[in-house]
Design a protein around this ligand. Structure first.
Ligand code: ZN
Length: 729
């Protein structure tokens, strides 16, 4: 609080005192000036529900009361009604076709669950705690009534936020579908739980009093009501005042202490008793599938590739949007911060506390194409067929999550993605390594620098913590000018075939339109920056003799999780730019640099590898762009005394000398093609310890490519990968 100006503090106290107007909550829009404006709205305690372009002006959609609207006006914000939004006053009734309150006799959530449990032996309902007003937090178990430690737990949660009704209806449909249609062997091998209403008091209040109420119904000390249940978990709680608010009147008030709320405590006790391997928390809206971390921009979870396999990527999204006239065709998947940062949030907590692969699904886009003139925001239409679209769109991810609980290493996402094996995620300027969580620490890195020096350094263990399947290690190798690294003891090595970062003197890139050099760089003096609809194309990279090729780049972008039409597209060409294919896509907000690894299967052996970055209106930064390979030969000459060695590698002449420490018995030398075909099999008696491979023997020139040399001497076996890269073949 000490950092704030007195005038702002006075304003905050006024906001805090605005609880009396709770019954007048309505959707409103305010023009903002980019991220600064959005951040200041968050710091004033507003939850930014949406960001749209209205008459060419970036406009935030928020929920206001008469008081908060007046206060925004006094801060210079021009508050207006949202065109096409349904009036909330008409909705505060309990006579809908689809939606039902928690308490409604006969057909409410509580009564419906009781009726289902009475009629169906596969549905069991239990209270896992009580809300502030004494309502039960109900957990539904589908399948066997007993809870077996042999069966992995999977959890689905609806309605942390009271007004997000469609999330409860999706959870209710999921209960019904699992009991009626989930294949029985799968049902019998999982403990599947659904908590359709995490926040029953707030949910009930949206039916009786205020349709757009968000929080629970905690009476706060200052006369306001409510704590945001999705900012109250004890992970990064209160890490800053943008990801949650200390002001009781705020929509994103985090509460007076971590886990201060009985609803939060109920969820925590449930997790302690039934720790889920995977979980989905349903919210609305914005068409997103978010996963940890969300508390800090640029922070990536050690298990990133497991999250990506399930949620998908912007190139291969895991959840489609089939709601008619929706502005988007798929949900954007990404770490929570690609929308905005949050703290005290459920998925960060479930992942950190229990290693749970936990997702936030922000259901539906909020609708609709501009010419439809329709906008529903939080008030998803009371239309069973439309709600069913949302349920059906989200079912494949729910089923993939249930399937993955048996063995997360064998995860198969709804778009066909699987988690990557342990690997080097980025080589330079920071080496990031994703290792099996069981790998002992610490370990050392051997680094080959740009000048050919070999440096050994201990990997600095500054990753946040171990994940469930992977440990993420980072080591700053920028001062080493690292061009290749080997992770000693882990069987991993990688080499940069080429690296570029918009520096002067680099091979020339083709920078179209708005692409320009900027001094806002990750490393060195410059980075690339684009802000229009233009293409940045790399020079041609010779990848002959290279297998397991991948692209590394560091990036940040000033897009928006609410404006997913702004995109960055990454393409690769194996034939110098004649044909291109998409290898990655980016969307959302990423104001901090982070690295991406993109595998390039078509790059293996390509003579004319080329990468291009196509901007689709995304303000976009790129630096440390490199093509790398996992199958590096640069460390093979480092073999300890006694190993086999070769005279050059890659081989550019027509003879290569293979040598080894002389033994006491004849050495057997074998040379194989990379496909395993044996070309040479010979024996060399001691004290001779060399074999000369003539690449023109028999009048036939050995083709360029990768070969394997195997030398067996005195019971030891040495293997060398050899690359022939001679000119003119
Ligand atoms: Zn929500």
């Amino acid at each position: 609080m000490a950092r704030r100006a007195p005038g702002l503090l006075a304003l905050l106290l006024l906001v805090a005192g605005s609880g009396l107007s709770a019954q007048e909550l309505r959707l409103a829009q305010v023009p903002v000036s980019g991220r600064t404006g959005l951040d200041s709205l968050a710091r004033l305690g507003f939850e930014v529900a949406d960001v749209r372009m209205v008459a060419g002006q970036l406009t935030a959609v928020i929920v206001v009361s008469t008081q908060t609207e007046r206060l925004l006006g006094s801060r210079g914000f021009a508050v207006a009604a949202v065109a096409g939004a349904p009036p909330p006053s008409a909705l505060a009734a309990d006579t809908f076709k689809v939606y039902r309150s928690f308490d409604k006799p006969g057909t409410g959530i509580r009564a419906t669950l009781a009726a289902w449990a009475a009629a169906d032996t596969l549905i069991h309902v239990d209270s896992i705690g009580s809300s502030i007003e004494g309502r039960p937090v109900l957990a539904v178990k589908i399948g066997d009534s007993g809870d077996s430690p042999a069966r992995p737990n999977v959890l689905f949660i609806g309605t942390h936020h009271a007004r997000e009704w469609v999330s409860t209806e999706v959870a209710m449909r999921l209960i019904r579908w699992l009991a009626d249609s989930l294949p029985r062997p799968l049902l019998a091998s999982r403990d599947i739980w659904v908590i359709p209403v995490e926040n029953p008091d707030g949910y009930q209040y949206t039916f009786t009093t205020t349709r757009l109420w968000r929080k629970n119904r905690r009476p706060n000390a200052d006369g306001t009501f409510g704590v945001d249940p999705n900012r109250n978990y004890p992970a990064f709680w209160g890490a800053d005042d943008a990801g949650s608010s200390p002001m009781p009147g705020s929509e994103i008030y985090r509460g007076p202490a971590p886990a201060s709320e009985p609803e939060t405590q109920a969820i925590m006790a449930f997790h302690a008793a039934h720790p889920p391997v995977l979980a989905i928390s349903y919210h609305s809206y914005t068409d997103l599938v978010l996963y940890p971390y969300g508390f800090r921009y640029g922070e990536l979870a050690p298990d990133l590739t497991v999250f990506q396999a399930l949620a998908g990527t912007d190139l291969q999204p895991g959840v489609r949007d089939s709601v008619p006239a929706s502005t988007l065709s798929a949900y954007h998947p990404g770490p929570g911060w690609t929308l905005y940062t949050t703290n005290g949030e459920y998925t960060d907590w479930a992942y950190r506390a229990f290693g749970a692969f936990a997702f936030t699904a922000e259901l539906t886009s909020g609708c609709c194409t501009p010419d439809s003139g329709f906008y529903y925001g939080f008030v998803f239409p009371d239309d069973s067929a439309l709600v069913n679209h949302v349920f059906r769109d989200n079912l494949p991810l729910a089923l993939a999550v249930i399937a993955a609980a048996g063995d997360p290493t064998a995860t198969l996402g709804p778009s066909g993605l699987r988690p990557a094996a342990q690997r080097i995620e980025s080589l330079w300027p920071e080496t990031r390594i994703s290792l099996a969580a069981t790998t002992p620490a610490p370990f050392s890195l051997t680094v080959r620098t740009a000048t050919g020096q070999i440096v050994t350094r201990n990997a600095r263990a500054d990753s946040l913590w171990r994940g469930r399947l992977r440990t993420s290690w980072r080591s700053d190798v920028s001062t080493d000018g690292a061009r290749a690294v080997r992770v000693d003891g882990a069987g991993l090595a990688a080499e940069l075939v080429t690296i570029a970062g918009a520096e002067e003197g680099e091979p020339s890139w083709s920078a179209g339109g708005t692409w320009t050099r900027t001094s806002d760089a990750l490393v060195g003096r410059y980075a690339w920056y684009g802000s229009g609809n233009d293409t940045l194309t790399s020079p041609i990279v010779d990848l002959r003799g290279r297998t397991r090729v991948w692209l590394q780049f560091w990036t940040k972008y000033a897009g928006s999780g609410f404006a997913l039409q702004q995109r960055g597209q990454v393409q690769f060409s194996p034939d110098s730019g004649r044909t291109w294919s998409d290898v990655a896509a980016l969307a959302g907000s990423a104001p901090a640099w982070y690295p991406l690894r993109v595998d390039l299967p078509t790059g293996a052996g390509a003579a004319g590898g080329r990468v291009r970055f196509i901007d689709r209106g995304l303000p976009w930064w790129l630096d440390a762009v490199g093509v790398a390979t996992d199958s590096t030969a640069v460390f093979q000459l480092l073999a300890a005394a006694g190993g086999a060695d070769v005279s050059e590698n890659p081989v550019r002449s027509d003879q290569v000398v293979i040598s080894w420490a002389a033994g006491t018995t004849p050495a057997r030398v074998g040379i194989y093609t990379f496909m395993g075909e044996r070309l040479i099999a010979t024996s060399v008696p001691p004290p001779n310890n060399e074999y000369v491979w003539d690449l023109k023997a028999g009048g036939r020139r050995m083709p360029n490519g990768a070969y394997l040399v195997v030398v067996q001497v005195d019971g030891r076996v040495f293997r060398r990968r050899l690359f022939l890269t001679r000119a003119g073949t």
